[in-house]
Design a protein around this ligand. Structure first.
Ligand code: NAD
Length: 369
């Protein structure tokens, strides 16, 4: 017996006075076929936000439609269905329903149109119903901004398997940073200093930058973001192929002698060797509490933040000075993505309480570039 396939609504649009439905069904070979149904010929002039001074010129196909013509021929390819859909002034129609299987395809069409913000939001909600207002705001700001800077902290790497500092499962649950990651510890309690950093270096083994890191690198290539400033020392932004990165707190991947500043290798540090040149103590090239930030990285980050239209701050408790001041140094829009955001109610224009990775994935779903 031949399998019976039902027509499904893949896209329903409404205007004043009627609706248009695009239907699809699978044929016996599991290929989609498409057709259009018109309930009534609607009047564009009556539509709520159709600008009265803009005269809509219907395409030839629409001009030919009479109120009695209600169904189109069937189309066997999405390209033909897409043309059928694009015959309509989507800017002025409301999406009533988008079939989840066609959400990406419909969004591809919509993202080529110049829609006012409130219309765009309706389409985002129709295509991707789980999108929150805050995710939409970030997406919209990102596409409008001419200069965007991202500032990341330890929370950005938690989903790569590297603990942050201040979360309940972070490094500092049992250890006070001021007793370990300091110049005093390095100089006076080297065993403790060495122990802490060797554990952190070993934790990096087998950890990789997650999808969110790769999305930021992709956005840089698409000219959507222009600089990343990070407090992280794990090198993950570079590993994920971002190029414009300021490592404000240095890097745990390179080493030097604390005394003569000559370069050392990771193995020398992990083997707890002394400096080949002066017998001094070896250390990672991280900025310790009590040390000044790397001037070049700081100046570069500050310069970008001062010119930014948009600053996106991700996964930091903003407890460490002076990086904690950077979000205040922009006149641009500020967005905060963090596991908990309540502390910073007034500092940011948009606050997204959630995971760094999932939030970036959700925004990226809307980006077409
Ligand atoms: P922090 O530990 O003080 O704050 C991290 C923040 O991220 C917290 O508010 C936490 O709620 C949030 N968070 C945790 N998981 C998250 C997730 N999956 N998504 C979104 N947010 C999440 O870290 P900080 O503010 O970066 O502190 C600064 C210091 O921490 C810096 O000196 C930095 O060098 C150091 N640090 C670096 C690393 C690293 O390089 N990966 C790791 C730990 C600490």
């Amino acid at each position: 017996m031949m399998k019976e396939f039902q027509w499904k609504t893949i896209l329903k649009l409404s205007g004043e006075g009627g609706s248009i439905t695009f239907l699809g069904k699978k044929n016996e070979r599991e290929h989609w076929i498409y057709k259009r149904n018109i309930n009534e010929i609607f009047s564009l002039e009556e539509m709520d936000d159709h600008p009265p001074n803009v005269e809509y010129q219907p395409s030839k196909t629409i001009k030919k439609l009479k109120p009695t013509v209600r169904k189109s021929n069937e189309a066997t390819h999405w390209d033909s269905a897409r043309k059928m859909i694009e015959e309509y002034p989507l800017e002025y129609l409301k999406p009533v329903h988008v079939h989840p299987e066609f959400a990406e395809k419909v969004w591809d069409i919509i993202s080529t149109k110049k829609l006012p913000k409130h219309r765009l939001k309706l389409w985002v909600k129709a295509c991707f119903p789980t999108t929150t207002n805050e995710i939409f705001e970030l997406f919209y700001a990102l596409t409008k901004s001419k200069h965007t800077v991202v500032l990341t902290g330890a929370g950005m790497s938690v989903e790569s398997g590297i603990p942050d500092f201040r979360s309940p499962s972070g490094w500092w649950k049992n250890i006070d940073p001021l007793t370990v990651a300091t110049v005093e510890a390095l100089e006076e309690n080297y065993d403790l200093f060495y122990e802490f950093y060797s554990v952190r270096i070993n934790t990096l083994k087998g950890c990789e930058p997650h999808e969110g890191y790769r999305i930021l690198a992709k956005w840089e290539r698409s000219d959507l973001i222009h600089e990343v400033a990070t407090q992280n020392v794990d090198g993950f932004h570079f590993k994920a192929l971002s190029n414009h990165v300021d490592e404000l707190h240095g890097s745990i991947l390179t080493y030097r002698c604390h005394q003569c500043e000559n370069e050392a290798s990771r193995d020398q540090f992990l083997n707890k060797e002394s400096c080949n040149f002066c017998n001094g103590k070896l250390r990672p090239n991280v900025v310790l509490f009590g040390e000044a930030l790397l001037e070049k990285a700081w100046n570069n980050a500050l310069n970008h933040i001062q010119q930014a239209d948009l600053v996106i701050v991700i996964g930091t408790s903003l407890q460490v000075y002076p990086v904690s001041q950077l979000p205040k140094m922009t006149n641009g829009k500020t967005v905060y993505i963090n596991k908990e955001v309540s502390e910073f109610q007034s500092l940011f224009d948009v606050k997204i309480e959630g995971s760094a990775r999932d939030t970036l994935i959700a925004v990226d779903q809307l980006i077409r570039s």
